[in-house]
Design a protein around this ligand. Structure first.
Ligand code: FAD
Length: 453
């Protein structure tokens, strides 16, 4: 008897190589329906921001091409997974459903569907595809989740070598007659105005673009990773959006960096892998505290007297018109490219939450909309880290001084000149806030948090 079709439900894993769910469908045999569902109806799923929607459009196009070359297709549906997935099972007569796990609140949706399909007699399996270490497997000696990074990462490294990546299937059998949306009808791309020029210049979404970036990083940039704090130096991987959309897996990165590196790259490898470790840490925090994007991880921060922004203040920060060159440079880089260098993310976030004393959720939401790597775990965890309310957070009283940061990490002004060429001329605005006074006001406000602790 011919096997019934399998459904592979893709989410943050838009790749063909090292995709355990796709691999399981191939091993089961029979036709495969590869589904991407734009879930804009489940309350557990946060709608993508504008830059991420741009990325998603292009990534899905590349994925569709790759699937077609193997003999299958990409099925697109839109709506709530709770209704769309059962509908597709029914329409197609699928006998199996596979997916790679996700770790935030949306895993509730997955759990419900797993129970339902299992009761209906389908084979349902979820896999480890996006994280090197599953959050529930890494625990302290007393069995609790880690809240501090360094011992967390030590425990991960002691847990053993991550598995080897899986090969891509050599061919797929598709299914005729399964209805799919037209990608263009989702209107993921900006039109009036088309603000995506800087994104197009900077990125190549899709699995092939991700691997090119990884190879270039391994060959040319990893050796410079000790200069990763200098925003004008191309020393980091810029793999974050590819990782966010799962166009490549951390297993692939890990194993690529075990071979074919020159001596300087080898020297920097452990540090780079520990940054991937921060991603694992953020996901572990999210797994145990799925409200990370909305609520203070440290509840005493509920007592923080955030300021209500004055008219135009938030907009000045968002659009790079604060009169503080490094802050403005970062915000303009973000607006133009959908990316901001990590050091400058810290500086701009500190400026918002400490000098302007505006609630971190405002900044998190802006980044969510503008970043091509906007990530449910990393964005919230990092904002809370800077604000002081997070796990293993920078202490609140450590206020980044953007002028000193610029001196230290952009000494020749290359980064600032690129994004804020008018800095230092009469055309440039005066600072919207006095750095020294606002720092002191932030420290005074923190006393209220301490009192609530
Ligand atoms: P690399 O230095 O090459 O690092 C490799 C990978 O490790 C990254 O792609 C990323 O997946 C991970 N990584 C690196 N640093 C961190 C970190 N501090 N925390 C968690 N993971 C890390 N990262 C996101 O992926 N999405 C976000 O939405 C995001 N928002 C942030 C918001 C703020 C306020 C701050 C301070 C940081 C944020 N980061 C976020 C973390 C970090 O800035 C980016 O991951 C990094 O700049 C991406 O560039 P890269 O790929 O060249 O990094």
């Amino acid at each position: 008897m011919r096997p019934s079709p399998s459904i592979v439900w893709l989410r943050d894993d838009l790749r063909i190589t090292d995709n355990p769910a796709l691999d399981a469908a191939v091993r089961r045999g029979g036709p495969v329906i590869v589904l991407y569902l734009l879930d804009d109806a489940s309350p557990e799923v946060r709608p993508l921001g504008a830059a991420s929607r741009w990325w998603l459009h292009h990534s899905l196009e590349r994925l569709r091409d790759a699937l077609r070359a193997l003999g299958a297709d990409l099925t697109l549906r839109r709506g709530s997974a709770r209704t769309e997935l059962p509908a597709l099972v029914e329409q197609s007569g699928a006998g199996a459903v596979y997916w790679n796990r996700r770790y935030g609140a949306a895993r509730e949706v997955d759990a419900e569907l797993k129970t339902r399909f299992t009761e209906e007699g389908l084979e349902v399996q979820s896999f480890q595809g996006s994280l090197l270490f599953e959050p529930w497997t890494i625990r302290t000696g007393s069995g609790t989740p880690f809240k501090v990074f360094t011992p967390f990462w030590r425990a991960c490294l002691a847990a053993g070598e991550p598995r080897e990546p899986l090969d891509a299937p050599s061919a797929l059998e598709g299914v005729e007659g399964v209805a799919s949306d037209d990608l263009d009808d989702w209107e993921l791309l900006p039109t009036a105005p088309d603000w995506a020029e800087g994104l197009r210049e900077t990125w190549t979404p899709g699995e092939a673009g991700a691997h090119e970036r990884l190879e270039a990083f391994a060959d040319e940039h990893l050796g410079e990773y000790h200069r990763r704090d200098e925003p004008a130096v191309p020393a980091t991987s810029m793999l974050s959006p590819h990782l966010k959309f799962g166009e490549l897996s951390p297993f692939q990165i890990w194993h690529r960096l075990q071979r074919d590196l020159d001596a300087s790259a080898r020297k920097n490898r452990a540090k780079f892998l520990s940054e991937l470790g921060w991603r694992e840490f953020s996901y572990t925090i999210l797994f145990h505290f799925t409200e990370l994007g909305r609520k203070n991880f440290r509840p005493e921060f509920d007592a923080m007297p955030w300021r209500r922004p004055e008219a135009g203040e938030l907009e000045a920060w968002q659009h790079g018109r604060t009169g503080i060159p490094l802050v403005d440079a970062g915000m303009r880089e973000l607006w133009r490219t959908g990316y901001m260098h990590n050091r400058v993310r810290m500086v701009t976030a500190s400026f918002l939450t400490k000098n302007l004393r505006i609630d971190w959720r405002e900044g998190e939401a802006w980044f969510w909309d503008c970043l091509v790597d906007a990530d449910e775990a990393n964005n919230s965890a990092s904002w809370q880290w800077v604000a002081g309310s997070g796990a293993d957070a920078a202490p609140y009283f450590r206020v980044f001084n953007p002028e000193l940061q610029a001196k230290k990490f952009d000494g020749h002004g290359l980064y600032v000149n690129r994004w804020v060429p008018e800095a230092g001329t009469p055309a440039y605005p005066e600072p919207i806030v006095d750095l020294k006074q606002s720092r002191q006001a932030a420290l005074d406000a923190y006393e209220e948090v301490k009192a609530a602790a």
